[in-house]
Design a protein around this ligand. Sequence first.
Ligand SMILES: Cc1ncc(COP(=O)(O)O)c(C=O)c1O
Length: 392
Amino acid sequence: MKLTKPEKIPLTDLKLGKEEVAAVAAVLRSGWLSMGPKTAEFEQRLQEFLGVKHAFAVANGTAALHLACESLGLKEGDEVLCPALTFVATANAILYTGARPVFIDINGPHDLNLSVADAAAKVTERTRAIMVLHYGGYPCDLDGVRALAAKYNLKIIEDCAHAPGAVYPSPDGPQMVGTIGDVGCFSFFANKNMTTGEGGMVVTGDAGLAEKIRIRRSHGMTTLTWDRHKGHSFSYDVVARGYNYRLDEMRAALGLMQLQKLKERNNQRRRLTSAYHERLRDLPQLELPFLQAPTGSAYHLLPILLKGRIKRPEFMASLAKQGIQSSVHYPPIHCFSHYRQMWPPLFQHNLPITEEVASRVVSLPLYPAMSMAQLTHVVKAIGAFLASRSRV
Ligand SMILES: Cc1ncc(COP(=O)(O)O)c(C=O)c1O
């Protein structure tokens, strides 16, 4: 009998529509490709969507985080609290300023976000800021973070790479993630909930900070090429050490289309997450983080934790055999060679929960275009593997 080749189910899959292709093509025909009117419109729409006063489109999410750190005045000798269970860009952005990341543990297998209690225990007289991640799109304890920041006079940077459109259920009413700290930073990398290929956005409600971000995004210059093209200005000054972190018009046009679709796509991610949770929650060899989380997540990732004697490489290989891609979010940052060299060999970061959870976390496929049939295929493959393990 001929076996059917297993269907390929990627971790994430991007489906762009005709309207996105048309929007980018229109920019190409317009003759103006670098930062200009489309970028300004993209910033305006994101401001309205989030309900925030200032938004600056940038080249990528890492640039957004770097601009946030630098505009807040972080420098050598400063310490910044941040999770270790995040993408390395979170901590790299802190390093660019000369400041040092101080890694904070997570809450537990049920909640992979940063523990405010551990953050409080690691505050020193050098701590200047806390950079939080909303892991997988699930808002972290922002009220706890705000209380900590108020107590120790810390700035709050929200790394919202996973969380565009996520809503934090604050006691004062729902608030958009990214607008609660001093600065919010978004990534529009190709695997994110909304994408421009490469791209990002920095948002803030603080006018002084906004001006610093605006200036630093484009070489520290007081005017843009677009301003000069339009005859708004003929010259410029350079008033700070700046960067070329600009976004281009093609990406801005794509971002505008993606923003229009974000709510519906996040809803679709929520439906898929509920279906996964419903069908995996009773398997005794699994733990499901964020099972009890409130519904404001952006549902970027679908993490599961393997329990008992289930070995992760075997588990992932068995899914791969069925054509299913899985991944690990994340190898903790303090374990990377470059980061290990920054501290003396016996230094204890004291991250027991992060290390334990990171050793058994697996991300399953999750993307808006995923069908229920594909989800069923993933769930069945997991069930079959776990059943085979329980017999050995
Ligand atoms: C948590 C987190 N922070 C920061 C980044 C950096 O974003 P970018 O790749 O757009 O620089 C990413 C994504 O790649 C991320 O997942």
